[in-house]
Design a protein around this ligand. Sequence first.
Ligand code: PLP
Length: 389
Amino acid sequence: MIYLDANATTPVDPLVIDAMLPFLCEHYANPSASHAAGRVARRATDHARGELAALLHAEPEEIIFTSGGTESINAVHASVRSLWPKKPDLIITGTEHPAVLESAARWRKCGGKVVHAPVHADGRVDLDALRAAVKSGGTALVSIMWANNETGVIAPMHEIAAIAHAAGALVHTDAVQAAGKFPLDVKTAPVDFLSLSGHKMHAPKGVGALYVSRRVRFEPLLIGGGQENGRRSGTENVPGIVALGKAAELARRHFDDGTKARIHAMRDRFEHLVHAALPDMRIHGCPTHRLHNTSLLCLPEIDAAGMLILLDQQGICVSAGSACHTGTLHSSHTLEAMGVSARDAACTLRFSFHRFNTKAEAETAAHAVIAAAHKLHAEKGDDSVVITI
Ligand code: PLP
Protein backbone atom coordinates (compact mmCIF):
# COMPACT_ATOMS: atom_id res chain seq x y z
CA MET A 1 0.00 0.00 0.00
CA ILE A 2 1.14 3.53 -0.73
CA TYR A 3 -0.63 5.83 1.69
CA LEU A 4 -0.89 9.39 0.38
CA ASP A 5 -3.86 10.55 2.44
CA ALA A 6 -2.08 12.09 5.44
CA ASN A 7 -4.45 15.07 5.61
CA ALA A 8 -7.26 12.59 6.35
CA THR A 9 -5.20 10.85 9.02
CA THR A 10 -1.55 9.98 9.58
CA PRO A 11 0.04 6.66 10.50
CA VAL A 12 0.89 6.53 14.20
CA ASP A 13 4.65 6.89 14.70
CA PRO A 14 6.13 3.69 16.27
CA LEU A 15 7.87 5.89 18.87
CA VAL A 16 4.46 7.30 19.81
CA ILE A 17 3.11 3.76 20.22
CA ASP A 18 6.11 2.86 22.42
CA ALA A 19 5.44 5.90 24.59
CA MET A 20 1.72 5.27 25.05
CA LEU A 21 1.69 1.47 25.51
CA PRO A 22 2.82 1.47 29.18
CA PHE A 23 -0.15 3.73 29.94
CA LEU A 24 -2.52 1.09 28.56
CA CYS A 25 -0.82 -1.89 30.19
CA GLU A 26 0.93 -0.82 33.41
CA HIS A 27 0.22 2.77 34.35
CA TYR A 28 -3.53 2.62 33.91
CA ALA A 29 -4.46 4.46 37.10
CA ASN A 30 -6.75 7.46 37.06
CA PRO A 31 -4.58 10.59 37.13
CA SER A 32 -6.96 12.15 39.68
CA ALA A 33 -6.22 9.34 42.16
CA SER A 34 -4.01 10.30 45.10
CA HIS A 35 -2.08 7.00 45.25
CA ALA A 36 1.36 6.45 43.71
CA ALA A 37 -0.03 4.85 40.54
CA GLY A 38 -2.31 7.85 40.04
CA ARG A 39 0.65 10.17 40.48
CA VAL A 40 2.53 8.36 37.68
CA ALA A 41 -0.38 9.01 35.33
CA ARG A 42 -0.62 12.64 36.51
CA ARG A 43 3.10 13.25 35.92
CA ALA A 44 2.75 11.81 32.41
CA THR A 45 -0.14 14.12 31.51
CA ASP A 46 1.76 17.08 32.95
CA HIS A 47 4.78 16.17 30.86
CA ALA A 48 2.61 15.93 27.73
CA ARG A 49 1.09 19.31 28.52
CA GLY A 50 4.59 20.77 28.60
CA GLU A 51 5.34 19.26 25.19
CA LEU A 52 2.19 20.77 23.66
CA ALA A 53 3.01 24.13 25.21
CA ALA A 54 6.52 23.95 23.75
CA LEU A 55 5.11 23.10 20.31
CA LEU A 56 2.98 26.26 20.37
CA HIS A 57 5.28 28.53 22.43
CA ALA A 58 2.48 28.69 24.99
CA GLU A 59 2.38 28.08 28.75
CA PRO A 60 1.39 24.62 30.04
CA GLU A 61 -1.66 26.05 31.85
CA GLU A 62 -2.93 27.33 28.50
CA ILE A 63 -3.30 23.77 27.13
CA ILE A 64 -6.51 21.75 27.54
CA PHE A 65 -6.61 18.14 26.36
CA THR A 66 -9.73 17.20 24.38
CA SER A 67 -10.98 14.34 22.24
CA GLY A 68 -9.76 15.98 19.01
CA GLY A 69 -10.11 18.88 16.63
CA THR A 70 -13.89 18.80 16.42
CA GLU A 71 -14.35 19.04 20.18
CA SER A 72 -11.77 21.83 20.52
CA ILE A 73 -13.48 23.85 17.79
CA ASN A 74 -16.95 23.30 19.27
CA ALA A 75 -15.69 24.29 22.72
CA VAL A 76 -14.28 27.61 21.49
CA HIS A 77 -17.37 28.61 19.53
CA ALA A 78 -19.71 27.61 22.36
CA SER A 79 -17.63 29.49 24.93
CA VAL A 80 -17.47 32.75 22.97
CA ARG A 81 -21.21 32.52 22.14
CA SER A 82 -22.11 32.11 25.79
CA LEU A 83 -19.76 34.75 27.23
CA TRP A 84 -20.37 37.57 24.76
CA PRO A 85 -22.94 39.98 26.17
CA LYS A 86 -25.01 40.67 23.04
CA LYS A 87 -25.81 38.59 19.95
CA PRO A 88 -22.46 39.03 18.24
CA ASP A 89 -21.00 38.50 14.77
CA LEU A 90 -18.78 35.58 13.86
CA ILE A 91 -16.41 35.84 10.92
CA ILE A 92 -15.21 32.73 9.11
CA THR A 93 -14.22 31.87 5.54
CA GLY A 94 -16.02 29.54 3.14
CA THR A 95 -13.03 27.20 3.17
CA GLU A 96 -13.29 26.16 6.84
CA HIS A 97 -13.68 22.55 7.97
CA PRO A 98 -17.27 21.38 8.64
CA ALA A 99 -16.57 21.54 12.39
CA VAL A 100 -16.33 25.33 12.01
CA LEU A 101 -19.07 25.61 9.37
CA GLU A 102 -21.51 23.67 11.56
CA SER A 103 -20.51 25.69 14.64
CA ALA A 104 -21.28 28.77 12.57
CA ALA A 105 -24.71 27.35 11.71
CA ARG A 106 -25.33 26.89 15.45
CA TRP A 107 -24.17 30.47 15.99
CA ARG A 108 -26.78 31.66 13.48
CA LYS A 109 -29.45 29.54 15.18
CA CYS A 110 -28.64 31.28 18.46
CA GLY A 111 -29.34 34.67 16.85
CA GLY A 112 -25.79 35.77 15.98
CA LYS A 113 -24.73 36.89 12.53
CA VAL A 114 -22.18 34.91 10.53
CA VAL A 115 -20.08 36.79 8.00
CA HIS A 116 -18.05 34.95 5.38
CA ALA A 117 -14.78 36.73 4.61
CA PRO A 118 -14.10 35.94 0.94
CA VAL A 119 -11.03 34.08 -0.23
CA HIS A 120 -9.04 34.84 -3.37
CA ALA A 121 -8.89 32.33 -6.23
CA ASP A 122 -5.67 30.98 -4.68
CA GLY A 123 -7.49 30.15 -1.42
CA ARG A 124 -5.95 32.91 0.70
CA VAL A 125 -8.32 35.06 2.70
CA ASP A 126 -8.93 38.55 1.33
CA LEU A 127 -7.41 40.62 4.15
CA ASP A 128 -8.96 43.90 2.94
CA ALA A 129 -12.42 42.30 2.96
CA LEU A 130 -11.70 40.86 6.41
CA ARG A 131 -10.64 44.30 7.67
CA ALA A 132 -13.88 45.76 6.31
CA ALA A 133 -16.00 42.98 7.83
CA VAL A 134 -14.65 43.13 11.40
CA LYS A 135 -16.77 45.53 13.42
CA SER A 136 -15.56 47.16 16.61
CA GLY A 137 -17.78 45.96 19.43
CA GLY A 138 -19.91 43.87 17.02
CA THR A 139 -17.58 41.05 16.07
CA ALA A 140 -16.98 38.54 18.84
CA LEU A 141 -14.87 35.97 17.05
CA VAL A 142 -12.81 35.57 13.91
CA SER A 143 -12.34 31.84 13.26
CA ILE A 144 -9.99 31.11 10.36
CA MET A 145 -8.01 27.95 9.76
CA TRP A 146 -4.21 28.14 9.80
CA ALA A 147 -3.81 25.59 6.99
CA ASN A 148 -6.50 24.18 4.74
CA ASN A 149 -7.10 20.44 4.71
CA GLU A 150 -7.85 20.28 0.98
CA THR A 151 -5.53 22.79 -0.67
CA GLY A 152 -2.90 23.07 2.04
CA VAL A 153 -3.09 26.87 1.74
CA ILE A 154 -1.50 28.58 4.76
CA ALA A 155 -3.15 31.66 6.25
CA PRO A 156 -1.24 34.73 7.49
CA MET A 157 -2.37 34.21 11.09
CA HIS A 158 -0.30 37.08 12.53
CA GLU A 159 -2.06 39.54 10.18
CA ILE A 160 -5.47 37.99 10.82
CA ALA A 161 -4.92 38.25 14.58
CA ALA A 162 -3.83 41.89 14.26
CA ILE A 163 -6.93 42.80 12.22
CA ALA A 164 -9.30 41.05 14.65
CA HIS A 165 -7.64 42.42 17.78
CA ALA A 166 -7.64 45.98 16.41
CA ALA A 167 -11.45 45.74 16.47
CA GLY A 168 -11.59 44.02 19.87
CA ALA A 169 -12.57 40.63 18.44
CA LEU A 170 -11.17 37.31 19.64
CA VAL A 171 -9.31 35.00 17.26
CA HIS A 172 -9.56 31.24 16.94
CA THR A 173 -7.55 29.22 14.49
CA ASP A 174 -8.25 25.67 13.44
CA ALA A 175 -4.63 24.51 13.32
CA VAL A 176 -5.48 20.84 12.87
CA GLN A 177 -3.61 20.69 9.54
CA ALA A 178 -0.87 23.08 10.59
CA ALA A 179 0.22 21.60 13.92
CA GLY A 180 3.25 19.38 13.54
CA LYS A 181 3.78 20.38 9.91
CA PHE A 182 5.53 23.70 10.54
CA PRO A 183 6.45 25.67 13.66
CA LEU A 184 3.53 27.53 15.26
CA ASP A 185 4.07 30.36 17.71
CA VAL A 186 1.16 31.89 19.57
CA LYS A 187 3.44 34.73 20.65
CA THR A 188 4.25 35.97 17.14
CA ALA A 189 0.77 35.05 15.83
CA PRO A 190 -1.14 35.97 18.98
CA VAL A 191 -4.36 34.01 18.53
CA ASP A 192 -6.64 33.59 21.56
CA PHE A 193 -7.66 30.00 20.80
CA LEU A 194 -6.04 27.26 18.75
CA SER A 195 -7.39 23.78 18.01
CA LEU A 196 -5.29 20.77 17.07
CA SER A 197 -5.75 17.03 16.66
CA GLY A 198 -3.52 14.04 17.43
CA HIS A 199 -4.34 11.91 14.43
CA LYS A 200 -3.11 14.53 11.95
CA MET A 201 0.34 14.54 13.56
CA HIS A 202 1.22 10.85 13.95
CA ALA A 203 -0.64 10.27 17.25
CA PRO A 204 -3.84 8.19 17.46
CA LYS A 205 -7.39 9.33 16.78
CA GLY A 206 -9.56 10.54 19.63
CA VAL A 207 -7.15 12.93 21.31
CA GLY A 208 -6.51 16.60 20.67
CA ALA A 209 -5.76 19.84 22.39
CA LEU A 210 -7.09 23.33 22.73
CA TYR A 211 -4.91 26.33 23.48
CA VAL A 212 -6.73 29.06 25.39
CA SER A 213 -4.70 32.19 25.97
CA ARG A 214 -4.36 33.35 29.59
CA ARG A 215 -5.67 36.70 28.38
CA VAL A 216 -9.20 35.41 27.68
CA ARG A 217 -12.11 33.90 29.57
CA PHE A 218 -13.30 30.40 28.75
CA GLU A 219 -16.55 28.61 29.54
CA PRO A 220 -16.14 24.80 29.38
CA LEU A 221 -18.17 22.76 26.94
CA LEU A 222 -17.99 19.60 29.06
CA ILE A 223 -18.79 19.94 32.74
CA GLY A 224 -18.66 17.31 35.46
CA GLY A 225 -15.69 16.13 37.50
CA GLY A 226 -13.68 19.30 36.92
CA GLN A 227 -10.66 17.70 35.22
CA GLU A 228 -8.28 19.86 33.17
CA ASN A 229 -8.48 22.59 35.78
CA GLY A 230 -12.26 22.70 35.50
CA ARG A 231 -12.07 23.46 31.77
CA ARG A 232 -12.82 20.01 30.31
CA SER A 233 -14.44 17.44 32.51
CA GLY A 234 -14.12 13.71 31.91
CA THR A 235 -11.45 11.26 33.01
CA GLU A 236 -8.34 12.02 31.00
CA ASN A 237 -7.43 9.77 28.06
CA VAL A 238 -3.97 9.24 29.54
CA PRO A 239 -2.54 6.94 26.80
CA GLY A 240 -3.85 9.33 24.12
CA ILE A 241 -2.47 12.37 25.94
CA VAL A 242 0.93 10.72 26.38
CA ALA A 243 0.85 9.85 22.67
CA LEU A 244 0.01 13.43 21.71
CA GLY A 245 2.80 14.73 23.92
CA LYS A 246 5.29 12.38 22.26
CA ALA A 247 3.99 13.36 18.80
CA ALA A 248 4.52 17.03 19.69
CA GLU A 249 8.07 16.33 20.87
CA LEU A 250 8.83 14.41 17.65
CA ALA A 251 7.26 17.11 15.49
CA ARG A 252 9.57 19.73 17.03
CA ARG A 253 12.56 17.47 16.51
CA HIS A 254 11.61 16.95 12.84
CA PHE A 255 11.34 20.70 12.19
CA ASP A 256 15.14 20.86 12.37
CA ASP A 257 16.32 17.58 10.88
CA GLY A 258 15.50 17.98 7.18
CA THR A 259 12.23 16.00 7.30
CA LYS A 260 10.18 18.89 5.98
CA ALA A 261 12.55 19.44 3.06
CA ARG A 262 12.44 15.72 2.24
CA ILE A 263 8.63 15.64 2.17
CA HIS A 264 8.61 18.87 0.15
CA ALA A 265 11.02 17.38 -2.39
CA MET A 266 8.99 14.17 -2.81
CA ARG A 267 5.75 16.14 -3.21
CA ASP A 268 7.42 18.37 -5.84
CA ARG A 269 8.90 15.35 -7.62
CA PHE A 270 5.42 13.81 -7.76
CA GLU A 271 3.92 17.01 -9.20
CA HIS A 272 6.79 17.39 -11.67
CA LEU A 273 6.38 13.85 -13.04
CA VAL A 274 2.61 14.17 -13.42
CA HIS A 275 2.92 17.58 -15.01
CA ALA A 276 5.57 16.41 -17.48
CA ALA A 277 3.18 13.73 -18.78
CA LEU A 278 -0.09 15.60 -18.35
CA PRO A 279 0.71 19.25 -19.09
CA ASP A 280 -2.89 20.34 -18.58
CA MET A 281 -2.52 19.51 -14.88
CA ARG A 282 -3.18 22.40 -12.52
CA ILE A 283 -2.56 22.71 -8.81
CA HIS A 284 -5.17 24.41 -6.67
CA GLY A 285 -3.99 26.78 -3.97
CA CYS A 286 -1.44 29.52 -3.49
CA PRO A 287 1.91 28.23 -4.80
CA THR A 288 3.95 30.19 -2.27
CA HIS A 289 1.84 29.59 0.86
CA ARG A 290 1.01 25.91 0.63
CA LEU A 291 1.73 23.01 2.99
CA HIS A 292 4.84 21.17 1.81
CA ASN A 293 2.99 17.82 1.95
CA THR A 294 -0.19 18.65 0.03
CA SER A 295 -0.95 18.45 -3.64
CA LEU A 296 -4.49 19.17 -4.80
CA LEU A 297 -4.35 18.29 -8.47
CA CYS A 298 -6.86 19.10 -11.15
CA LEU A 299 -6.57 16.93 -14.25
CA PRO A 300 -9.06 18.58 -16.58
CA GLU A 301 -11.58 16.24 -18.21
CA ILE A 302 -10.35 13.29 -16.15
CA ASP A 303 -12.96 12.07 -13.73
CA ALA A 304 -11.53 12.06 -10.19
CA ALA A 305 -13.92 9.34 -9.03
CA GLY A 306 -12.69 7.00 -11.80
CA MET A 307 -9.08 7.91 -11.03
CA LEU A 308 -9.63 7.23 -7.34
CA ILE A 309 -10.89 3.71 -8.11
CA LEU A 310 -8.00 2.93 -10.44
CA LEU A 311 -5.45 4.15 -7.90
CA ASP A 312 -7.19 2.20 -5.17
CA GLN A 313 -6.86 -0.95 -7.29
CA GLN A 314 -3.09 -0.29 -7.31
CA GLY A 315 -3.08 0.07 -3.53
CA ILE A 316 -2.60 3.83 -3.66
CA CYS A 317 -4.70 5.71 -1.10
CA VAL A 318 -5.63 9.30 -1.95
CA SER A 319 -8.79 11.30 -1.65
CA ALA A 320 -11.10 13.33 -3.84
CA GLY A 321 -12.21 16.61 -2.35
CA SER A 322 -12.58 16.80 1.38
CA ALA A 323 -13.22 13.17 2.13
CA CYS A 324 -11.95 13.21 5.71
CA HIS A 325 -15.40 13.48 7.21
CA THR A 326 -17.47 11.16 5.01
CA GLY A 327 -16.87 8.06 2.98
CA THR A 328 -18.62 9.53 -0.04
CA LEU A 329 -17.53 11.79 -2.82
CA HIS A 330 -19.14 15.17 -2.74
CA SER A 331 -18.48 18.52 -4.21
CA SER A 332 -15.87 20.52 -2.34
CA HIS A 333 -17.10 23.65 -0.58
CA THR A 334 -13.49 24.84 -0.41
CA LEU A 335 -13.06 24.77 -4.18
CA GLU A 336 -16.46 26.39 -4.59
CA ALA A 337 -15.42 29.25 -2.27
CA MET A 338 -12.28 29.68 -4.41
CA GLY A 339 -14.45 30.03 -7.50
CA VAL A 340 -13.40 26.69 -9.04
CA SER A 341 -16.04 25.35 -11.46
CA ALA A 342 -17.96 22.21 -10.51
CA ARG A 343 -16.50 20.60 -13.61
CA ASP A 344 -12.91 21.19 -12.50
CA ALA A 345 -13.76 20.21 -8.93
CA ALA A 346 -14.95 16.85 -10.23
CA CYS A 347 -11.50 16.36 -11.79
CA THR A 348 -9.59 17.11 -8.60
CA LEU A 349 -7.70 14.71 -6.36
CA ARG A 350 -5.77 15.32 -3.15
CA PHE A 351 -2.40 13.67 -2.50
CA SER A 352 -1.07 14.32 0.99
CA PHE A 353 2.35 13.00 1.98
CA HIS A 354 3.81 12.22 5.40
CA ARG A 355 7.24 11.55 6.87
CA PHE A 356 7.13 7.78 6.36
CA ASN A 357 6.61 8.11 2.60
CA THR A 358 9.58 7.62 0.29
CA LYS A 359 10.62 9.24 -2.96
CA ALA A 360 10.08 5.86 -4.67
CA GLU A 361 6.46 5.87 -3.47
CA ALA A 362 5.96 9.38 -4.81
CA GLU A 363 7.33 8.29 -8.18
CA THR A 364 5.23 5.11 -8.27
CA ALA A 365 2.14 7.16 -7.47
CA ALA A 366 2.93 9.66 -10.23
CA HIS A 367 3.33 6.87 -12.79
CA ALA A 368 0.06 5.30 -11.58
CA VAL A 369 -1.74 8.63 -12.03
CA ILE A 370 -0.37 8.96 -15.54
CA ALA A 371 -1.35 5.38 -16.46
CA ALA A 372 -4.83 5.87 -14.97
CA ALA A 373 -5.24 9.10 -16.94
CA HIS A 374 -4.37 7.23 -20.15
CA LYS A 375 -6.89 4.54 -19.34
CA LEU A 376 -9.70 6.94 -18.46
CA HIS A 377 -8.90 9.01 -21.50
CA ALA A 378 -8.98 5.96 -23.78
CA GLU A 379 -12.25 4.72 -22.26
CA LYS A 380 -13.78 8.11 -22.86
CA GLY A 381 -12.49 8.26 -26.44
CA ASP A 382 -11.81 11.91 -25.77
CA ASP A 383 -9.03 13.58 -27.71
CA SER A 384 -9.27 16.89 -25.86
CA VAL A 385 -6.93 15.74 -23.09
CA VAL A 386 -3.25 16.46 -23.73
CA ILE A 387 -1.01 13.60 -22.68
CA THR A 388 2.74 13.79 -23.28
CA ILE A 389 4.47 10.44 -23.33
N1 PLP B 1 -10.20 20.76 11.14
C1 PLP B 1 -9.52 20.33 10.06
C2 PLP B 1 -8.85 21.32 9.17
C3 PLP B 1 -9.44 18.97 9.78
O1 PLP B 1 -8.78 18.54 8.71
C4 PLP B 1 -10.09 18.05 10.65
C5 PLP B 1 -10.04 16.61 10.37
O2 PLP B 1 -10.83 16.03 9.73
C6 PLP B 1 -10.77 18.57 11.79
C7 PLP B 1 -10.81 19.92 11.98
C8 PLP B 1 -11.45 17.65 12.76
O3 PLP B 1 -10.50 17.03 13.61
P1 PLP B 1 -10.85 15.66 14.37
O4 PLP B 1 -10.92 14.60 13.32
O5 PLP B 1 -9.72 15.46 15.32
O6 PLP B 1 -12.14 15.88 15.08
